[in-house]
Design a protein around this ligand. Structure first.
Ligand code: HDL
Ligand code: ZN
Length: 417
């Protein structure tokens, strides 16, 4: 393979990013088998909860009045407020337009009806194919919650067969709400008590094992508050140490922690009402050190935590840092964090996941991320070449394929699916 010349770097990096199959580590999208759980099309795209939050900054409309509107009216209201009455400069606003453009639609006429007409010409299955082809994403990992009745039904009926969609067992209700969720476990035949006695611990491990195997889950995941602590005298801390980590180790799958979310600071906004708080990396140091056989996937929500998270990953090879999560997923912060992670971790991290809630978002979230990550990589390879080091196309392709997915598959010890 030919050596890459410094002046060719922008084109070589762009080409390697475009060619690298993407494994999207964390999303909220679903294969067609999950029915209405899969959100897609321009009305869903424009009523994304990020845009709902931004919409209310421009209107005094009572929150409940908005949520009483039908989906189409909600979409038209957001289109008016966030696109026609105010230029759509935010990341979530621009994302809608990037997606529409990449789907071949001309946004200049601002003809919202034309976007709807385009989407209505697809079935869900056809649209999944279209979005995967347009976004360059090969595999997405879903967020699969066995406590969601609609999801349970699909898994208990045999699951789904679309290998583009892999599963992650999401256990927030177990870890963050055991006082309620243990009653459901009892309903489902697990002999658990509110108090974590020996039998209860074993039955919770059975629940985790059965559902991780039923879903063929690639990892177990939970989102955690800024106050998250392990060890501590709490049900959550005991559940993690006595149930989650032993089963994760037994099944050889990572435990993914997404740390720093302050849930429902404005409850009236629903999903749009969550916020962020600075967390501690002490629990990560404790778990990575005490459980060297366990693997940990971690992303943190506060900008202030990104440096110490990267430093913690330098100390523990069983910790893989991933993504620019949620309020971090903006070009200015993706650039800052990716630059810092390359400087501290080299290539041993996963720079991005989409967190897509609407299928269409795969297109813009990855388009925007490739552009920002590419910009940083050009700088870093340019700095490398300034030492006299040479880089050939194959090595560049290898490095970038690692960042876009292979690093994850190596960490979980599986071939890319
Ligand atoms: O807990 C999570 O997985 C978060 O990503 C939330 O779903 C959040 O609402 C979100 O969509 N962030 O992008
Ligand atoms: Zn998420």
């Amino acid at each position: 393979m030919a050596l890459v010349k410094r002046e060719q770097l922008p084109q070589a990096v762009e080409g390697a990013l475009a060619a690298a199959p993407v494994t999207d580590l964390h999303t909220h999208i679903y294969s067609a088998a999950f029915g209405d759980l899969l959100l897609w099309g321009v009305d869903e795209l424009i009523t994304y909860h990020y845009l709902i939050a931004e919409n209310f900054r421009y209107t005094g409309m009572p929150f409940a009045q908005y949520f009483r509107l039908g989906k189409k009216e909600q979409a038209e209201l957001i289109w008016q407020n966030l696109f026609l009455d105010n230029s759509p400069l935010s990341e979530a606003q621009r994302g809608v337009l990037t997606t529409l453009k990449r789907l071949g639609l001309d946004v200049a006429p601002r003809n919202f009806a034309a976007f709807r007409e385009f989407c209505s010409s697809f079935t869900a299955g056809q649209y999944i194919d279209k979005i995967f082809a347009t976004s360059g994403v090969k595999t997405v990992i879903m967020t699969n919650d066995p406590f969601d009745a609609r999801e349970r039904a699909v898994w208990l009926a045999g699951g789904h067969g679309d290998k583009r969609f892999q599963a992650a067992l999401r256990i927030d209700p177990l870890l963050n709400g055991y006082d309620q969720s243990y009653l459901l476990l009892r309903e489902w035949g697990y002999a658990v008590e509110k108090r974590l006695d020996a039998k209860t611990v074993e039955e919770i491990k059975r629940f985790l094992r059965e559902w991780a195997q039923r879903m063929k889950a690639l990892y177990m995941a939970v989102s955690l508050p800024p106050t998250f602590a392990v060890p501590e005298d709490s049900t959550r801390s005991r559940l993690i140490e006595e149930c989650v980590l032993p089963v994760a180790c037994e099944l050889d799958i990572p435990f993914a922690m997404m740390i720093g979310v302050n849930k429902r600071v404005n409850d009236k906004l629903g999903d749009a009402g969550d916020s962020v708080g600075k967390s501690s990396v002490r629990p990560l140091e404790y778990m990575c050190e005490k459980y060297p056989e366990n693997k940990f996937l971690v992303t943190m929500l506060a900008r202030e935590n990104q440096h110490e998270l990267a430093v913690t990953a330098r100390k523990f090879r069983n910790l893989l840092v991933f993504g620019c999560w949620w309020f971090m997923n903006n070009p200015s912060l993706v650039e800052e964090i990716t630059r810092m992670r390359l400087e501290l971790l080299g290539l041993s991290f996963v720079p991005q996941h989409s967190d897509a809630r609407i299928l269409d978002q795969l297109v813009y979230k990855w388009e925007h991320s490739r552009r920002t990550i590419g910009k940083v990589l050009v700088d870093k390879y340019s700095d490398l070449m300034a030492t006299g080091w040479t880089v050939d196309e194959a090595e560049l392709g290898r490095d970038i394929a690692g960042l876009m997915g292979d690093n994850f598959w190596k960490f979980v010890g599986k071939k890319p699916l």
